[in-house]
Design a protein around this ligand. Structure first.
Ligand code: ZN
Length: 149
């Protein structure tokens, strides 16, 4: 289980396991306030040479393990959702890849976006405007990435 919170990846990279994590108030699964530290998990993010330690908590009531992830980064993605949106918007606008992301990763994002469009909206030729709409909604931007991961 993942809880997304706002924190600085730069600060985390400097402080490592000494980072001052804010414990979630309640378990996202059973709403119990009894969460205890449960170690760390390594995760990679674009822009950082080494993997970063993400804090984990365990619920004393339902035994769920909760990992804290930064807002704007979906599970299993090293790039931020904003980076992904910008990359896909440029690609859909002018047909060219831009940015510093590996080409294979960018193609994977585009495939998932196309699958999302096909499933949610049928065949739609205005993918750019759809992507812009999704980006404006922010919380649901790149929702397709997490749903089709
Ligand atoms: Zn729980």
């Amino acid at each position: 289980m993942i809880v997304f919170t706002r924190f600085s990846l730069v600060e985390l990279s400097v402080q490592g396991k000494n980072f001052n994590w804010k414990k979630p108030d309640i378990c996202p699964s059973c709403k119990s306030p009894r969460l205890w530290g449960h170690g760390y998990r390594l995760a990679r993010f674009v822009g950082f040479v080494v993997a970063l330690w993400l804090k984990r908590y365990r619920c004393d009531s339902c035994k769920s393990v909760v990992t804290i992830r930064p807002e704007g980064y979906f599970k299993r993605y090293q790039s931020s959702s904003d980076d992904i949106s910008v990359t896909l918007t440029k690609r859909l606008s002018n047909g060219k890849w831009s940015g510093s992301h590996p080409r294979q990763r960018s193609w994977q994002w585009l495939r998932r976006f196309n699958n999302f469009v096909r499933i949610e909206y049928g065949d739609d030729n205005s993918k750019v405007s759809l992507l812009e709409r999704l980006t404006q909604l922010h919380t649901s931007s790149c929702q397709f990435l997490s749903e089709l991961a």
